[in-house]
Design a protein. Sequence first.
Length: 279
Amino acid sequence: MNVKAISVNVGKALLVSALFMFLSLIVSMVYGRDAAFTPLLISFIVTLLVGSFPFIFVRGQQALSLKDGFLTIVLSWVLSFIFGMMPYVLYGGEFTLMNAWFESVSGFTTTGSTILNDIEALPKSLLFWRSSTHYIGGLGVVVFLLLVIPSASPYRLKLTNMEMSSLSKDGYRYTSTKVVRIITTVYASLTVLALLSLWAAGMPFFDAINHAFSIAATGGFSTKNLSVGAFDSDLINIIVLIFMLDRRFGWSDYLSNSDNLRFLSDLIKENFLPLKLNI
């Protein structure tokens, strides 16, 4: 077992969580340093230090066996759960130790269940972190990890093969670098499209970001006790339904295949671009 290689790559996964904790801190400052600022700051510093720690002692690339790859994935998830619960525990309120663990696991696994009785009582920065956990989990901690692994690394493909389903792998005949780029692009595009659609439909920008995270990750977390029903908007409900259907029928998976993207691109160029709109 290559402890150095495992620790470095698990550290990179923790740095992803640290990044979103930092974004949550920015949200807290935007809203006047709300009550979750200190819990998030402490959590960010601890997660950043622990995630960066392996890089102090490990130099150069380390070979990773198949068994090491599986262990890396397991540790990446479990430690993400543990460090992800820190802001909840430090904030307190409804978050007992067990409740914080439940909320963190529910977020990262995109389960969407919650122990909260009053979601709207949470500070906005903590709501943003809560949404971030299932946004990270929706794409996959290891997929985020693959983004920062050097392309020449011998174990990038191994991690890709272990994280992706066999059905998805059948559709790819490309390098793991391109696979990760395609998946991430589609995921981010869906998020931005959902955000802009919800915002244009009248949902406040902060709520639109959080619900876009939820939609892209199919996580189910909301910033409201009544979820999207709190906005009392048929248009918002329709937009959410459309994106839910997208996730249900796998249109995004279809678009994440380069051959399909090339086919659709040629189809649009040949049949739609020549058309002139009469307005």
